[in-house]
Design a protein. Structure first.
Ligand code: COA
Length: 316
């Protein structure tokens, strides 16, 4: 076992993982994974110590046909104590469908940039905020936690830079509306660690009581470095996707932030993720069969860093 590295304050000693593969991963797959297989897979995931699972999205079935069985999935899975079930929702109709399934959390989605908002949701950021105001009203007596994911918070695949000041302005509007938690998303893997440090420090300083989650992609190989930068800034909540499966439909070559690689890194550093890594790796090993192709996750192939090999025998 490695000696945990010393952590300069404010690096947290415990982090929480929100597993997003059933939503972020499956949404862009070529093949529809049958509902019963999704349910079996999510049930296996929920026994590994993950704190939260984004089980599906209540979006338009025309926009995301792979998740057209959202209600059957959410009502079919086992609900385990300590594992919150969250779902991605873009509008009021999705909120009503999600509330009917007794979800624990609704994760609203909007973009920080106009063009990504229009391409993905047919809404500008301001139009999304108008929807959110109605959604908060519709859900106010439900007791369901309302989070909002801000896509393209670190850059837009169409417009390029999204200024930090614009992101902070939108976060302020979200919190002003009554949104309880905010996820900052690097939707297409454009973020770098210096940028992550700056934005994370800015939001934690201005809104110390708001739970912020960071959602990274590994499209350009910067996922783990970005997660480390966020953690060093004090972030404790991370989205990640089993096997590194999935991503935004608008960027070729997408790679998600791989859950088991993220858990492996933090556990090796002595940070408690709450996840049973061996159990998670077992579920990760079933992914290629579930979706019909290889996935980018590395630890499932290489084994943990504690793995040891037999010395080669030399012929003398
Ligand atoms: N759930 C189910 N159906 C929905 C829906 C929802 N949340 N929202 C809209 N619809 C249906 C409408 O009832 C309508 O159906 P009809 O054609 O049978 O009458 C149809 O979708 C179009 O509705 P409209 O309100 O005009 O939506 P739109 O076509 O402008 O699409 C979104 C807007 C947001 C619903 C759609 O773009 C979407 O679901 N996007 C999801 C994108 C996503 O998840 N991207 C990846 C993750 S970031």
């Amino acid at each position: 076992m490695h000696k945990p590295m010393s952590q300069p304050s404010p690096c947290p000693t415990i982090i929480e993982i929100n597993e997003v593969a059933p939503r972020d991963g499956l949404q862009i797959e070529a093949r529809f994974v049958p509902t019963e297989e999704k349910i079996r897979w999510i049930d296996a995931l929920s026994s590994t110590g993950l704190r939260r699972i984004e089980a599906t999205s209540f979006t338009s079935p025309k926009a995301i046909p792979n998740l057209r069985d959202a209600a059957d999935v959410v009502t079919g899975i086992q609900r385990r104590k300590g594992v919150d079930i969250t779902v991605l929702v873009p509008n009021v109709k999705g909120t009503e469908r999600a509330l009917a399934c007794q979800v624990d959390e609704i994760n609203l989605v909007m973009s920080a940039s106009n063009s990504h908002g229009l391409a993905n949701l047919r809404m500008t950021p301001e139009q999304s905020l108008e929807q959110f105001a109605v959604i908060l009203d519709v859900s106010k007596d439900s007791g369901v936690f309302i989070n909002a994911s801000l896509s393209t918070a670190f850059g837009c695949p169409f417009e390029g830079d999204v200024p930090e000041a614009r992101v902070l302005e939108l976060v302020e509007k979200l919190i002003g509306l009554g949104i309880q938690g905010v996820t900052l998303c690097d939707t297409t893997g454009m973020a770098n660690p210096a940028q992550v440090k700056s934005l994370c420090e800015a939001v934690l300083e201005r809104w110390p009581d708001t739970p912020f989650t960071l959602h990274f992609h590994n499209t350009r190989g910067m996922g783990l470095a970005n997660a480390l930068a966020a953690w060093q800034a004090g972030i404790i909540r991370f989205d990640a996707s089993l096997g590194g499966l999935g991503g935004c439909p608008f960027a070729p070559g997408q790679r998600a932030m791989c859950t088991e690689d993220l858990v492996h890194m933090f556990e090796a550093m002595g940070v408690d993720t709450g996840v049973d890594l061996d159990a998670l790796l077992e579920v990760a090993a079933t992914l290629p069969d579930l979706i019909g192709h290889d996935v980018p996750g590395q630890v499932v192939k290489a084994g943990k860093s504690t793995r040891r090999y037999a010395m080669p025998v030399r012929e003398s």
